[in-house]
Design a binder for this molecule. Structure first.
Ligand SMILES: Cc1cc2nc3c(=O)[nH]c(=O)nc-3n(C[C@H](O)[C@H](O)[C@H](O)COP(=O)(O)OP(=O)(O)OC[C@H]3O[C@@H](n4cnc5c(N)ncnc54)[C@H](O)[C@@H]3O)c2cc1C
Length: 413
């Protein structure tokens, strides 16, 4: 067994090789058996326990500041852990949004009290977070959202609706973007809040996707009261907070660790091709080689982004390259899977778990081009901010939100 550290000191002192060995040993022994067969509600306690074990062993928040419970270690340590983790299937799904998006935003923009209060419990798996940005009429154009937060003395009263909120059903807290001033242009009148998802007036309704699962939800806010210290960042600076979080989101989605045996990975598809006798087909070989090269390029790109961030160059718009690359890779894999598995890619014999896993992964591919900002939106960001192409026309940039008549905005407040 590994020695618990719970602080940055041990990870810092450990050599990379020793750190990697410890990580491998921990993962070999600590992952609960058969967790992937659990229903979402059953998975939550198991995932919390595993995240706590990760924390105790010194593998949660590897590069996060030690003062808030992170390990304060280097991007190389993070990479060493990821390489070990790629050989395993980890029950960490419920924490993807908290650890990839909300936590880093709290570290960047939170007050000392907020960092103290929220970061460590998040790293220890005690609290699950969700991201409350999208609305029925404000997805790509996040800044046109209508959920409003109105001052009531020191407090705020929130009313409105969010949609596609991943994991909201099991979340303890949410990072909510709401309109606090309809009299200024749409980007200027937003504020980000930390919402207790169990507060009176918050209602969560699950939505089902085409894989048959319910990964996301509608969330309704009916006169939800938030205290003054629920504001994350500054009042009216919600757009800056949103851009910060979206930046973390793109890097985390684009640079997510890929399991070595994941169903749509080149290694698994090559195994399938060998098994079903298609490995010698030139088209299949070309698809597999291309897929392997793309996987490797994306992996090295995200390593590079993390190393540069460590030495002071934030990813900025390059996060969109990783996000777009990750989604395009999945479509490439889907195409290869179709060549290799044929009808087996969409139908399977009862009890054939590998085939079922492949079909479910295939059904989930389209969502990757939408969640976290669509492929076209990433292309716009890359075009404008990396390639210096002309900006999209923005006719509503300077118009007070109250006067806009875009989308389905028919009310004024
Ligand atoms: C699996 C999944 C999980 C999600 N989880 C969350 C979550 O946890 N929290 C959350 O807040 N949201 C979440 N979302 C919502 C997601 O961020 C939005 O669906 C996404 O931003 C697109 O918004 P939309 O669906 O309103 O589509 P729209 O914005 O209506 O876009 C429709 C189409 O128009 C294109 N388009 C729109 N604007 C432009 C433009 N300017 N230039 C070129 N093309 C454009 C888009 O690319 C797309 O093809 C999730 C979505 C999915 C699918």
């Amino acid at each position: 067994m590994t020695e618990p550290t719970g602080s940055g000191a041990a990870a810092e002192a450990a050599s990379l090789g020793e750190f990697s060995r410890r990580a491998g040993e921990f993962l070999d022994s600590a992952i609960p058996a058969n967790w992937s067969e659990l229903e979402p509600a059953e998975l939550i306690p198991v995932a919390r326990e595993f995240q706590a074990a990760l924390y105790d062993a010194g593998f949660a928040g590897i590069t996060w500041p030690a003062e808030y419970g992170g390990q304060g270690a280097t991007a190389a340590h993070e990479q060493a852990f990821r390489e070990q983790a790629a050989g395993h299937d980890l029950p960490t799904g419920p924490f993807v949004i908290g650890l990839g998006m909300c936590g880093p935003t709290l570290v960047d923009l939170g007050t000392d009290r907020q960092r103290e209060r929220y970061v460590r419990p998040l790293l220890r798996g005690e609290e699950i977070w969700c991201q409350l940005f999208s609305e029925p009429d404000a997805g790509s154009d996040v800044a046109s959202l209508r959920t409003k937060a109105v001052r009531d003395g020191e407090d705020w009263i929130v009313t409105g609706q969010k949609v596609w909120t991943s994991g909201a059903r099991h979340a303890d807290f949410g990072a909510l973007l709401a309109r606090t001033d309809p009299d200024v242009p749409k980007h200027a009148g937003l504020t980000m809040f930390i919402v207790d998802m169990r507060a009176p007036g918050v209602a969560v309704r699950p939505l089902r996707d085409m894989t048959g699962r319910s990964p996301f939800n509608e969330v309704h806010f009916d006169q939800v009261r938030l205290p003054a210290d629920a504001v994350l960042g500054e009042v009216g600076a919600g757009w800056r907070a949103a851009v910060t979080m979206l930046g973390h989101e793109r890097v985390s989605l684009g640079g997510a660790t890929r399991r070595r045996d994941e169903p749509l990975g080149a290694a698994n598809l090559a195994r399938l091709a060998r098994e079903n006798g298609t490995a010698a087909v030139p088209q299949v070989r070309a698809e597999l080689a291309g897929l392997h090269a793309a996987e490797r390029a994306l992996e090295l790109f995200s390593v590079r982004l993390r190393q540069e961030a460590e030495s002071g160059t934030p990813p900025g718009a390059r996060g969109s390259v990783g996000k777009l690359g990750g989604a395009m890779l999945l479509w490439q894999a889907l195409h290869a899977a179709g060549e290799i598995a044929g009808t087996d890619a969409v139908a399977w014999e009862p009890g054939d778990e590998a085939a079922e896993e492949l079909a479910v992964a295939i059904n989930a591919v389209p969502a990757s081009s939408i969640a976290g900002g669509t492929n076209n939106v990433q292309r716009n960001i890359i075009g404008e901010r990396i390639l210096g192409l002309p900006k999209e026309p923005q006719v509503d940039r300077d118009v007070p939100f109250r006067d806009l008549r875009v989308g389905t905005q028919r009310e004024t407040t």
